[in-house]
Structures are given as C-alpha cells and as structure tokens.
Write a protein that binds this ligand. Sequence first.
Ligand code: XMP
Length: 518
Amino acid sequence: MSANNPEANPVVVLDFGAQYSKLIARRVRDAGIFSLILPYNVSAEEVKAMEPSGIIFSGGPASVHADEAPLCDQALFDLDIPILGICYGAQLMAQQLGGTVERATKREYGIAHLDHTDGSRLLADLDAQTQVWMSHGDMVTSLPEGFSVIGTTENCPFAAFANGETKRYGVQFHPEVVHTTQGVQLFQNFVHTICECDNRWNMGSFVDMAIEDIRNQVGDKHVICGLSGGVDSSVAAALIHKAIGDQLTCVFVNNGLMRKGETDLVQEVFQDNFHINLRYVDAEDLFLDALAGISDPEKKRKIIGKLFIDVFEKEATSMGHMDFLAQGTLYPDVIESVSANGGPSVTIKSHHNVGGLPEKMNLELLEPLRELFKDEVRALGHELGLPDELNYRHPFPGPGLGVRCIGEITKERLDTLRDADEIFIDEIRAAGLYGDIWQALVCLLPVRSVGVQGDERTYEEVCSLRAVTSEDAMTADWFRFPPEVLQRISNRICNEVQHINRVMYDVTSKPPGTIEWE
Ligand code: XMP
C-alpha cells in the first residue's frame, strides 16, 4: 500500500465489548494515525491482510474465566505486529500467552497512581508517578515468559507489563479516558515509537475518505437532509454536498421555535454560500396553532416531534423519489452493546428528531459522522469551511424554544424569549466566555412578578438564565460567571426586553436538574 494513502497500515482495535473502543480509535486518530475497529473474533489472516502497523485489544465487561469469554485468534500472537492490550485485553493477552489472571481481592474502580521507572518505550515521557483510571474485578497475577512489569499501582502489582522484544504490551488501566492524565502520551508512544507509524491522518484525510464512502454508498441516487441550524446536521450536509453536489436536497423547517436570526443564518450559509439545494418551509403558524394552550412538557415535545415528521414528509414527497435520509448522528448518539452471540450491535437514541421517518418513507440512512465525537465534527466543519458562528455553536434541542418557553407557548412570549436569549448570548460572547460554556440558554417562566421601572409599577414576566459546563451533556455543572457579567446581562434584559422585569440565574447542576427545563 502507498505511504501516501492515509488508510494504509492502520492501527486496528479489536473490540471485546468495551464501552470505550471508539474512544481508543479516536485517541489513535488524535495521534495522527488511521484506526479502525474490528470484532474481537476476526481471524489473524484477515488482520494480516490489512497490513496494520499495530493492534490494540480493547477492554470489555467479561472475565477471562467466564465460559463464554471472548477470546481472540491465538495466531494473532504469531504475527510480527505490535500489540497493546487494555484492561480485559491485557488480561486476555497475559492468559493466552501463559500467564495467570485471578479475581482481585479488592475491585478497583476510579483513580490510581501508576509508578514506573524502568524506562519502557510505552511509558516513556510519562511522569514517574502519574494518574491513571482503573475499572476492573480481575487482575493479572503472573506474567507469561519473556514479560516484565513496567508499572505498578498500590493495588495492582502488574498494572503495566511488556515484552519489549516481541512488542507485546498490557495495561490494566484505561489510557483512553481523560482521567488517565497522560494517556495521550501513552498512545503517541505506542503508535509512533513502538508501531513506527508516520504521522499522516488528519481531518483532510477524513474528508477524502468520507467523500469516497458517500459516493460509493449513494451512487446516482438522491439524498434528503433535514437542516436544523445545529452543528451536526450542518456539517453532515456540507460534507455530503461536497461528495454528491446536487444529488443532495436539504429541508429547513421553520417551526417558529428558532432563535433570533436563525432562519436567515441557515439560508445565508447553505443557499447563498454553499449553493446547496435548500427548501425552506415556513410552518410557524402550523406549529404555534398546534401548541396553543399546551403547557405539559411531554405533550409539547410529542406535538413538535410529530408535526416535524408530517411537514418533512410532505415536503419530501413533493420532491419526487428520494432514496436516502442523511442524519448528523455522532458516535455518542450511538449506543453500543455486545449482543448475545458476541457481535457488536447498534441502536440509536430515541430522541432523534426524525424518528420513524426512514421506515415510513422507505429511506435508507446515510450517517457520515457516526464514528466521530463532537469536537472532531467541529474540526471537520472547520475543514469544510463552515463559518465559526455555526460550527462552534452551543447545542440546541430539536424542540427548540418550545421547551424553554415554560407554560403556554404564544408568538408574543416566544419573541420575548428570543430577545432575552440574544442579549444573553451577545454578552457571553462579548465577555469572551462563549467557548468556556457548554450551553447557555434562557427560559421564560410561567410566573409574573411586580417591579418598578421609572416611576411605574410593573407586573411582568420572569426569565431564568442557565449556563453549564459539561463534557458530554450527561452531567453538567452551572457556570460561575463573574458577577459584573451577570449584572450587565440582567440590566440589559430588564431595560431592553419588553415584558421582562426580573432575571434569575439557575444554579442547579445535572443531576439532579437536566440542562433544559422541560
Ligand atoms: P438534558 O436537558 O436532557 O439535555 O440535560 C442534554 C442535551 O441534549 C439536548 N436535548 C436535545 N437535543 N433533541 C435534541 O436534538 C431533543 O429533543 C433534545 N432534548 C434535549 C439539550 O439541549 C442538551 O444539550
């Protein structure tokens, strides 16, 4: 294979049912090397045919002693290719090569400190004592012949081990998670020093590969894509357009629940700038009529979700025959589990905004981002030339301001909310804090309060500001604003937004609160 081909000589990750196998592949990509994931039971022949530079065994939930424990092809160990085993993968390698694995007297979960001194290539340039993250019940208790210990923790005498000659390495901890603070260095050492890979994979290579894949999958057929103004669907659309041009049609449904300026921004970027076929559907009245008088959050969500599908389907049908539905599904949206027969199986989160459409309209799914994490998608959007304003936007939920206009939804209340939201985001940007915050939002509350403006008594609406930090939206903490920034925001909202006379700041973390109020 050509050294210029970014897919040549990849690092292959064998998946033993780990929660983290995609994260391992991602760390390898971060180190500049193409990586792909294969099921654990792939044959050594197949692996060899790919001419990989290295192999990584992922962790997994099983015990090597379980009857149905997933084992790898023993012949893999005969290949002259470096292997790194992680957690279960390390135990498996130790056991398959003649060492022993036993149930640990104390299950280890969480942060530990790894000591290492012997100068192994795997742990080169890591601090002599470095923080690692452990999660295991079994552990290696004796090493196969030719192996030696290269790192220990208080509870784990074989926390890292190696046979430098055959380039076989095992670590009991998880170098792929952020809690292993020097994990990135460990992956760099494995792929560059041990596997001797050159640095060559980057977002540009991803674009080239993805374009080829999309062209192969789509052929001369037609793709429809729902644009929401969010990062994921925007990047997916830009990428697919680059691959198949006018075979892609995007649909943007204005449901009346968008932020200020959003409909203009989407049309400007996609129609005027990228010259993508874009159908704009003004469904504001339809949505607001259906939502009139509804305050229950779940009812709101159901109405918005169902109407979106109806409108989208009607628009799609009017365009003639479509073959694919493009979605900006990311890896964290894909929940991976290992099925009873051992193969990884995949299901999609139910909150997907076009749920049910593909079956109903007989559309195949096109999901070119499903291997990527959010920050990689942003890097891809940057590579494709999406404006930063869109690309680095905070997440925005499918039901839009519908779930931030607490209580009854009316056009007037939505306009009030849009004005407050615009000021909040403007001031966050002006303070240089936008990038420090995962998501910032305003909720209009279903209460009124008495105030005094000028010499007048007022009785107006109350809004609550929410800004959170988060890694993945699963947990979140409220953002600590400098008080003067909050003061400026509060002053501007009360002075400039008609109908709001009181501003609250939400100091609830997730859990127990969610990020959105409804
Ligand atoms: P919660 O409120 O559950 O939200 O803490 C977690 C993240 O998901 C976003 N969110 C949604 N995104 N469709 C979406 O595409 C939805 O129905 C939806 N509901 C919540 C939310 O904004 C946050 O980023």
